[in-house]
Write a protein that binds this ligand. Structure first.
Ligand code: DX5
Ligand code: ZN
Length: 217
């Protein structure tokens, strides 16, 4: 599996969003990570459908939406017009997973499940792992950019990679939170294929984001 880097929009200069998206368009093979927060599942609030609808007209990258929301079912419907590639919801927000995953798969090319740092991978039955395209391991508490990477997440990635291997499954392991060139190598070695990074990429002083992305690569 190839490695995907997913810059997180949360850390861009929103006053200059168009230019920021154009800067990312000069780099290939990215997913654009979009953190949708509802101020309820997490205390923070970000952006919704009207903003993402505009973003899809400019970004050339696959749109990867990470829904930190209490009712993801609602968003499957309401984001239909946004050309999302991947729709990830939080395991902790839902009890009827099979139904929700079926809905997501009917609407979008890729379905993902995210686990908060305290949610063990043992919650995920094989029946779900065999249907899902992305498992997102949070390496910080969801809700804010710029937090410190939690090294405990590496053991979760190793264990999940082993389950994937033993059962010949295909899902990607994505990791999100506190990722930089300092820990990317360990995450890939552990089995991750998709790294989300916000503050590390967008704090590049000359806005040379390709440089930070290449450093992660
Ligand atoms: C946090 C979000 C992340 C965030 C990552 O809840 O899910 O995607 O933007 O930001 P950094 O890379 O700064 O930790
Ligand atoms: Zn995220």
């Amino acid at each position: 599996m190839s490695i995907i880097i997913s810059p997180s929009l949360l850390s861009v200069d929103f006053l200059d969003l168009k230019t920021e998206l154009e800067r990312l368009n000069s780099v290939d093979d990215l997913w654009l990570h979009l953190d949708v927060m509802d101020g309820h599942f997490v205390p923070n609030l970000t952006f919704g459908e009207p903003v993402l609808n505009k973003i899809q007209t400019i970004s050339k990258h696959k749109l990867d939406a990470h829904f930190m929301v209490t009712n993801p079912e609602f968003y499957v419907e309401s984001f239909k017009k946004v050309g999302l590639h991947n729709f990830t919801y939080h395991w902790e927000a839902v009890s009827q997973h099979e139904e929700l995953i079926a809905k997501i798969k009917m609407t979008y090319p890729s379905a993902g499940i995210s686990l908060k740092p305290n949610t063990p991978i043992s919650v995920l039955p094989l029946s779900i792992l065999s249907k899902i395209d992305v498992i997102l391991i949070m390496s910080v508490e969801p809700g804010f950019g710029g937090q410190k990477f939690m090294p405990e997440s590496i053991d979760k990635i190793i264990a999940l990679d082993q389950i994937r291997h033993e059962n010949k499954l295909q899902f990607q392991i994505q990791v999100d939170g506190g990722i930089s060139d300092a820990n990317a190598g360990y995450l890939i070695q552990a089995g991750a294929n998709n790294l989300v990074a916000g503050s590390y990429i967008f704090s590049e002083p000359n806005k040379d984001y390709a440089q930070r992305i290449n450093k992660i690569r």
